[in-house]
Design a protein around this ligand. Sequence first.
Ligand code: FAD
Length: 539
Amino acid sequence: MNREMTTSFLLITFAICKLIIAVGLNVGPSELLRIGAIDFDGHLTVHSSDLASVSSDFGMLKSPEEPLAVLHPSSAEDVARLVRTAYVSAMAFPVSARGHGHSINGQAAVGRNGVVVEMNHRETRTPEPLVRAEEMYVDVWGGELWVDVLKKTLEHGLAPKSWTDYLYLSVGGTLSNAGISGQAFHHGPQISNVLELDVVTGKGEVMRCSEEENTKLFHGVLGGLGQFGIITRARISIEPAPQRVRWIRVLYSSFKMFTEDQEYLISLHGQLKFDYVEGFVIVDEGLVNNWRSSFFSRHNPVKISSVSSNGSVLYCLEITKNYHDSDSETIDQEIEILMKKLNFIPTSVFTTDLQYVDFLDRVHKAELKLRSKNLWEVPHPWLNLFVPKSRISDFDKGVFKGILGNKTSGPILIYPMNKDKWDERSSAVTPDEELFYLVALLRSALKDGEETQKLEYLKDQNRRIMEFCEQAKIDVKQYLPHHATPEEWVAHFGEKWDQFRSLKAEFDPRHILATGQRIFQNPSLSLFPPSSSSSSASW
Ligand code: FAD
């Protein structure tokens, strides 16, 4: 160790020892000395501003909790060095990758005994995206934000195929869930568009995996909620990027017609199809409910209120058609043919036309607007559900027209997806039907809002929705899942549970990784309160 490294080692050790004395951590001094002694290419910090910056998430539902230290890695080997140290330490202290901290329920948190790996490329000196135009893929660091992947690939006239609505999410973070948006009906979720991964397992090994190599790990990590390894590199399939997008919204008062049209549109896969199919429920207008975009602007000829009758629920189909400038002559004709088959309210067509990049990055504009009104950094009691197609109309009656009443506190997305675009070997869990819907209740809790916008009210509403589904036997699956007990996790994974548990035993036997998901118990944490039934044999 040179003098500079010795000084920083001593500083970190001193700061960590102070922490132990102050808060009585379980992690022993010998383990901390081991962390402090690691020779990282990046840097490990215990600086209060670094600890504070990773102590909460977008959900803001839990009290902030600072970790022991934060690693800003420069390479996969840095991540591996840290995880190996945790793996051999007596307490097997937790290590969690943090993408951009856009979880809702502390999934990227690590607790006071653990170390957060700050994966966000903008915060590290990790490799830049590498575009291979001839092979049609891009290699990206696991903490790269999708918006930066887009910018880099667009320099070559290329872009990934499957997206999320919001691009300030990390590649590793969305691939640990699924990564869905209106393109998923055709291209599948983002996890269906990955060719290869480099992963640091819970034993601290760097493993390359793909369809051909370490296949079990590859499929397990995709949708694996960070349980088997930290993704340090992902190879993502790309395609020629369109230049422009025609973006259309039409309204329905009949849920049946709305869903029939959505299902018809996602059955089209040839040249003549829309490229993106989503939709949302309109309960009432206002910034908080429509922050995803200010689409219904003054320039549109029709006001929503003119088609809404008696304050009833309306449904909005949202579709886009991508095109190149050279196709601008035929695009109108193609859209007209597609639209003729749909049964929306004829006077309710809202259209706009924009660059591809502006369409993909649309939610960021809304973020800036909400930030300017202090409406972004508020608690987000979001609930995301996959609902089987056979029960979506029961869900509509019970939830949209029932539990929600005419009030909400954020956008409510609803769109169908085809199960055959999801690889069953991945860890992601979807309902057991060929078609299922995402229903995303993206609510913001407002301290000074109406009663129906308060956090406790919204949390209670989520509980009532889940209770309704259980009583009505609607077999929903949570997307971005959050469960409180081991039994709920076993039920969530269903037939995939045995495989999930066996992958955990193989790749993270000491339960070091992503403990914030609260699926497996880390020896140095007590995540679940003792319960008579929680010691089930399957655990
Ligand atoms: P984090 O919250 O930092 O991490 C999430 C989990 O993944 C944690 O358990 C963490 O430990 C683990 N993790 C992070 N990085 C890695 C890695 N490199 N390797 C292994 N594990 C890792 N999702 C969609 O699918 N579609 C959407 O349209 C969509 N829109 C969103 C819009 C907004 C405004 C927000 C806040 C979220 C949205 N999401 C959407 C949800 C998003 O996919 C999840 O929040 C996801 O967790 C990604 O966020 P993140 O990169 O910040 O990950």
